[in-house]
Design a protein around this ligand. Structure first.
Ligand code: FAD
Length: 458
């Protein structure tokens, strides 16, 4: 094995993975004069079904970092809220419950967005682009991470990069999270993705959520002519080809509103499905000198609520704010303190995003609670306005989330009397189901720092 140290320079930061997290933090830090080595195994545009809906919280954080221009120039679409469908009933909720705010999300092609971010990063003279696959973290005799070893794509040679900080943002199949965390990931379900072309959405520029089917499915615009349809396939085993067709025929087609029938039939005829696992992985980082986790390598949640990039950008901003508060990268003790603060602060930023994603997925898989959510949101006012700001990633107060969650459970209980089903057993079942959904999430995600913003100076 040939290990040559081509990069004799000492970088401030080495970023493993130029995906959504790695490229975005490079785009934010590089113009500030920080010397960065950016490594990815592939720089060509990918066709992915992930990260295509940015909630307003993600858009707002991009704006805070001065990076909102990266959403321009590739036919991304504004998203103004959600529409919910249940049987013959439908209604929409705006992200802006009154005229005092102007929040919106964005629907886009993830591959095009990522290429735009990367192009912006590579304009900076402070960035060295490396095309290769990282194989290991390098440590000194005190176990401090001092850089990485990688195999260069074109020469197939093994080389090293030395840096004062290594950010591992190598995505959901991360090779390095085992060195930097005690994370345990579980597959909650799969998403089957297909593209509907030239579909006139009943609520243009809105996310659409369909609740009548046994398992949820959602859609949203990703360009001016394309709509992404994501269909949940429950369980931890990926669907086989024939299972995909069967699942869609039984559990999606009969529940699609009339407006979708033609574009859906055309999409089915194209037979171009993509399947991705949906993970839940609470963050359990182990503080280690010289290295830090970012993005899906650190933390994952169910994608039903489109919260992934809200959390990723929150983390990019928090970690960057702490790093930028240092005069330079030459004080390892100070750097270590900053990494510790980042891991603490991110609870406040991401607790609601994480709980909301998996709690809503749990609720959607429970008939009684699902009906309760639909009716609760349909009441409007604070009953729709509160939950939509939580979903949007704009409200970080966990008390609000817990309040709305249990209000839905109470509504389900009060509905029992209307249906002549009021009995101790039914009440008990609703309360038990609600607790079974929320308790493990609260244990994993809630910390004292979830409730207040303590360490950040911004
Ligand atoms: C089905 C699905 C749908 C989703 N939809 C949404 C959505 O609508 N909205 C939303 O906000 N979030 C969504 N998410 C979540 C979101 O996509 C992720 O949170 C986000 O992409 C994570 O970014 P990342 O940078 O951590 O990982 P990635 O974007 O996957 O980047 C990882 C990078 O690391 C590189 N890499 C990996 N290993 C190595 C190595 N050894 N050496 C060099 N390079 C390496 C890869 O090539 C890649 O470029 C979805 C997730 C799923 C599964």
């Amino acid at each position: 094995m040939n290990t040559s140290s081509e990069h004799s320079d000492l970088f401030d930061i080495c970023i493993v993975g130029a995906g959504m997290a790695g490229a975005t933090i490079a785009a934010y830090l590089a113009p500030k004069g920080i010397k960065i080595a950016l490594i990815d195994r592939e720089y060509t545009e990918k066709r992915r079904i992930v990260g295509e809906l940015l909630q307003p919280g993600a858009v707002q954080t991009l704006k805070k970092m001065g990076l909102e221009h990266l959403l321009e120039g590739f036919d991304a679409q504004p998203v103004y809220g959600y529409a919910l469908f249940n049987g013959d009933n439908r209604f929409s909720i705006s992200y802006n419950t009154d005229d005092s705010t102007n929040h919106h999300g964005v629907g886009l092609h993830n591959g095009r967005f990522l290429q735009t971010i990367r192009k912006d990063v590579l304009k900076n003279a402070t960035v060295t682009q490396i095309h290769g696959t990282v194989s290991e973290l390098i440590e000194d005799e005190k176990n401090v991470v001092t850089g990485v070893k990688y195999r260069e794509k074109h020469t197939r040679e093994y080389k090293t990069v030395n840096a004062k900080l290594t950010i591992t943002s190598d995505g959901f199949f991360s090779n390095f999270r085992k060195d930097l965390s005690n994370n345990v990931k579980t597959v909650t379900s799969f998403f089957i993705g297909l593209v509907l072309k030239d579909c006139q959405l009943p609520y243009p520029n809105h996310g659409h959520v369909f609740l009548s089917a046994p398992t949820p499915f959602i859609c949203y615009p990703i360009s001016s002519t394309e709509t992404r349809l994501l269909i949940d396939f429950p369980g931890d085993k990926a669907p086989k080809k024939d299972e995909i067709q069967q699942h869609i025929a039984d559990k999606v087609a009969p529940f699609l509103p009339e407006e979708f029938k033609e574009c859906f039939a055309n999409a089915m005829a194209e037979n171009d499905f993509k399947v991705m696992p949906n993970h839940y992985m609470p963050a359990k980082p182990v503080l280690r000198e010289g290295a830090v986790l970012l993005g899906d390598a650190l933390n994952m949640r169910h994608p039903l609520t489109g919260g992934g990039l809200t959390a990723v950008f929150n983390d990019v901003y928090l970690l960057s704010s702490h790093l930028l508060a240092m005069p330079d990268f030459n004080n390892p003790k100070l750097l270590h303190e900053k990494l510790e603060l980042y891991y603490k602060d991110r609870y406040h930023a991401n607790t609601n995003v994480n709980i909301m994603a998996n709690a809503l997925y749990g609720v959607m898989s429970n008939d009684m609670l699902k009906q309760g959510v639909f009716e609760y949101l349909r009441k409007g006012g604070s009953k729709s306005g509160g939950p939509i700001t939580l979903l949007a990633g704009l409200n970080r107060n966990p008390i609000q989330l817990i309040k709305h969650f249990f209000s839905v459970a109470l509504l389900c209980i009060s509905n029992l009397s209307g249906k002549n089903k009021m009995s101790l057993a039914n009440v008990f079942n609703i309360v038990k189901d609600a607790f079974c959904i929320i308790k493990p999430l609260a244990v994993n995600e809630l910390r004292p720092s979830s409730f207040y913003k303590k360490n950040t100076q911004h």
